[in-house]
Design a protein around this ligand. Sequence first.
Ligand code: SF4
Ligand code: SF4
Length: 160
Amino acid sequence: MTKDDKFWETIPFDQFNQKQWESICDGCAQCCAHKLQDEDTDEIFLTNIVCEYLDTEKCQCSVYGDRHTYVPDCIKITPQNAKELSWIPETCGYKLLANGKPLPEWHPLVTGDRQSTEQANMTIKNKVISEADIEIDDLEDYLVEEGYFSSLCKAIGADC
Ligand code: SF4
Ligand code: SF4
């Protein structure tokens, strides 16, 4: 890969075309996990419950084009808000670039392989439950530690 191919290193973050912008998403689907916010401190807590419209095998939104019809508060990440969204993971390509950081070595744009996020165990696959399968009022029972989705130990069920 030449320097010119690495557009994310040469083109300003807010000047990507649509195709380039979409390719920054590594497909982890971590942003589709529900979070809870403490009313007093604003602290955000992660759960392993995901939106009912997420295909948890493919790690893809099943209603992507119409997602705001189905989930009005599904947030659209933009060059303007990528830096501020505290609930998206630190590994999110948009957040990394917005903060002037490089994409990780397992990112599909770096590897040239769309499967590399899953191979690096960075997706939600096998680590989540759909909200359709729980009582949503019980969300507090599904809190997980920060970093849960990138923990190999959790993914393989090991106690480490
Ligand atoms: S967290 Fe970022 S990289 Fe992961 S699916 Fe969401 S937008 Fe894409
Ligand atoms: S509507 Fe789609 S993109 Fe939005 S949270 Fe649900 S699965 Fe994720």
